[in-house]
Structures are given as structure tokens and as C-alpha cells.
Design a protein around this ligand. Structure first.
Ligand code: TRP
Length: 338
């Protein structure tokens, strides 16, 4: 957390009560690893969380606090990075408006995540907020002059839009924004649904296929033991022909910090039952202490609020400067002091 280091910004939606193992391995683990080498800003994107099916207000508050507790339990250290809530930094929406005014309507309409979500929910359920979601995400990134954005592959197009908007603004109004690079670790473990092992693990699939970090140990074990496999008997990594077993191998390797090939070698000759039992034990050994840390953190909500306040103060210092620069460049009158 030094201004001399390259900067990263990333965000995660507080849309469920618990992050799942795919969130942890695909994003959070990366965030933790980056906090020492970067000036890192990580936010709970609560503004984004009301674009589709907004939860009841109490639930959103609860999920936001729980999300922060989970980020800290995963290893983010508020002394080494800035953790904050997007809604606590007004600059995000202030910048988003200006960016909306340089984004083409057709350009926004080509975002595949928007097209997918809007097709799934039907036109009546879709909001303008969902349509402009990627522009708000661009504001989240550009407002911090981020050099890199750690995200999953599914966010690549949004980061590409962000780069285009930065370049467009810079060429129209003069150098203003750092053009960020997506940071999508190639070899980061990609986790699939346990019941449908060709689909990415996701909270929008039925619960039986998702390993939530805050699930009870017994529930985690049961989900793993019921995971879909195949009719062979060999524990072998072959994502094409054996997606279920391969997924379990990747999960086991990731939670024990080992190579897939090593885990595979350990279980050569073992039956699926014994293998699943070992995967269940490894996942529980990871999730149980995580759940305890989260419970401890949530027992002291005032401390979570202090972490968020300190993070937001740091974030606002950077964000306000960018907004002032952008507003001046666009030609808004400087706010006079009476
Ligand atoms: N759209 C991202 C996702 O669903 C979340 C997000 C919002 C984000 N703003 C961001 C990610 C800024 C990185 C940077 O995963």
C-alpha cells in the first residue's frame, strides 16, 4: 500500500450470503497475493448489486458486512490494502455519468453479459442500471488510475470497454486516465459446478453443485460425495472425458496448494469413494477455520465499519482528485466557495 507501487482495483458483488470456492480461487486468492506488490484497492460493489433482483435492504446490509468479513478472513489485511464499499465513494457515480456520455448506445448493447442476463430475465425485469453496469465498472477502475484489474475471464470484455473509454476520453480531452491492463491469471484454478461439471461454479446454479465457503462442514462433505463423476473407476485428470473427477482433482489441489499431477498420483488405484472422502476432508479443513474467522469478525460489526471507513477515506482521496480533473476537463464550472 504505497503510492510508488503499481495500482490495482477490483470489486466483488455482495450478492449472496457466502462466497463460493470458485470466487475464492478465481479472485480472492489473487487479491490476497497482490496486496503486497501493489497499491491495492478492493471494493464491495454494492451499487452493482442492485442492478438485478435487489435484495431487501436489511439483507443487502448483512451481505455487505459479511462480504467484508470474508475478504478479511481470506487474508486481505486493511493495513496493507484499502477495503471499502463502492457506495461510500460518491466519485464512482459522478465519473460514471461522464463516461456514459462518451459510451455508444450500441457499444453498451454489445456487452455479452448484458445480453445474457437480459435474455434470461425477460425485458420487463431489466433495468437501465443493468445496461449501464459496465460503464459504472469502468468508472470503478479508471477513477483510481489502476494499472491492473484482477478479474475472471468473464469480465474481459468489460475491461476492454474500460480501456476503450479511457483512450477515448484521453484523446478527446487530453491525458487523464491510466489505461488499465486486465490481469487474468492463466493458470488460476477454474472450478466447475459439482452437479454440472462443464458449467462454471456459480451462485445462480442449484445449491447442490456449489461449495459455499460458509456452508456447514457436513453440507460441504455431502455435496462432494454426491458430485457427478463418470462410469469409469480411475482417478485421472482428463477434463474432456472426465470433467467431474478432473474438477475434484483441481479443487483438492487448490485447497491443499499442491499440483494436480501430485494429487492424481496419490490417488492412482484409489476408488471414487475414497477419493471423494479425501476431497471432502481437504475442503472442510480449509472452510472450517475460514468460517470461524468470519464468525469472529462478524461478532464485532463496529470493527468492520472502522475498516470500511478507513478504506473509504483512502479511496476518496484518490477518487475525488480524478473527478475534479475530469469535471474541469469536460468544462464544468469550478465549484466556487462562497
Ligand atoms: N463486474 C464484476 C463481476 O461481476 C464486479 C466488478 C464491479 C468489478 N466493478 C469492478 C471487478 C471493477 C473489477 C473491477 O465480477
Amino acid at each position: 500500500m504505497s503510492p510508488d507501487q503499481p495500482r490495482v482495483l477490483s470489486g466483488i458483488q455482495p450478492t449472496s450470503d457466502s462466497f463460493h470456492l470458485g470466487n475464492y480461487l478465481g479472485a480472492l486468492k489473487q487479491w490476497v497475493a497482490m496486496q503486497d506488490r501493489y497499491d491495492a484497492f478492493y471494493c464491495i460493489v454494492d451499487l452493482h448489486a442492485i442492478t438485478v433482483d435487489p435484495p431487501p435492504p436489511d439483507q443487502l446490509r448483512e451481505r455487505s458486512r459479511s462480504s467484508v468479513a470474508q475478504l478479511l478472513a481470506a487474508g486481505l489485511d486493511p493495513q496493507r490494502c484499502s477495503v471499502f464499499a463502492q457506495s461510500h465513494v460518491p466519485g464512482h457515480t459522478q465519473l460514471s455519468w461522464v463516461l456514459e456520455c462518451i459510451t455508444g448506445y450500441g457499444e453498451a448493447g454489445r456487452m455479452t453479459q448484458f445480453k445474457d442476463k437480459s435474455q434470461r430475465s425477460g425485458t420487463d425485469a431489466i433495468t437501465v442500471g443493468l445496461f449501464t453496469y459496465p460503464v459504472l465498472m469502468a468508472a470503478d477502475i479508471l477513477i483510481y488510475q489502476a494499472d491492473a484489474v484482477p478479474v475472471g475471464e468473464d469480465q474481459r470484455q468489460h475491461v476492454e470497454l474500460t480501456r476503450n473509454l479511457a483512450q477515448r476520453f484521453n484523446s478527446r480531452y487530453g491525458p487523464t486516465f491510466t489505461v488499465p491492463e486486465p490481469f487474468i491469471p492463466a493458470q488460476s484454478a477454474k472450478i466447475y459446478d459439482l452437479q454440472e461439471p462443464t458449467a462454471k461454479m456459480s451462485k445462480s446454479l442449484p445449491d447442490a453443485g456449489t461449495l459455499s465457503l460458509l456452508d456447514d462442514p457436513a453440507v460441504l462433505a455431502r455435496k462432494i460425495k454426491r458430485a457427478v463423476t463418470d462410469t469409469e473407476t480411475e482417478v485421472r485428470y482428463d477434463p474432456q472425458r472426465k470433467p467431474g473427477i478432473s474438477n475434484l482433482l483441481v479443487i483438492m489441489a487448490a485447497v491443499t496448494d499442491r499440483a494436480v499431477a501430485d494429487v492424481e498420483a496419490d490417488f492412482s488405484g484409489a476408488g471414487y469413494g475414497a477419493f471423494k472422502g479425501a476431497v471432502a476432508d481437504a475442503v472442510v479443513a480449509f472452510a472450517e477455520p475460514f468460517g470461524k474467522r468470519v464468525a469472529d469478525l462478524l461478532a464485532d460489526p463496529a470493527e468492520i465499519d472502522r475498516v470500511l471507513a478507513a478504506g473509504a477515506a483512502r479511496a476518496r482521496a484518490v477518487a475525488d482528485a480524478t473527478v475534479a480533473d475530469v469535471y474541469a476537463k469536460v468544462g464544468f464550472l469550478p465549484p466556487a466557495t462562497a
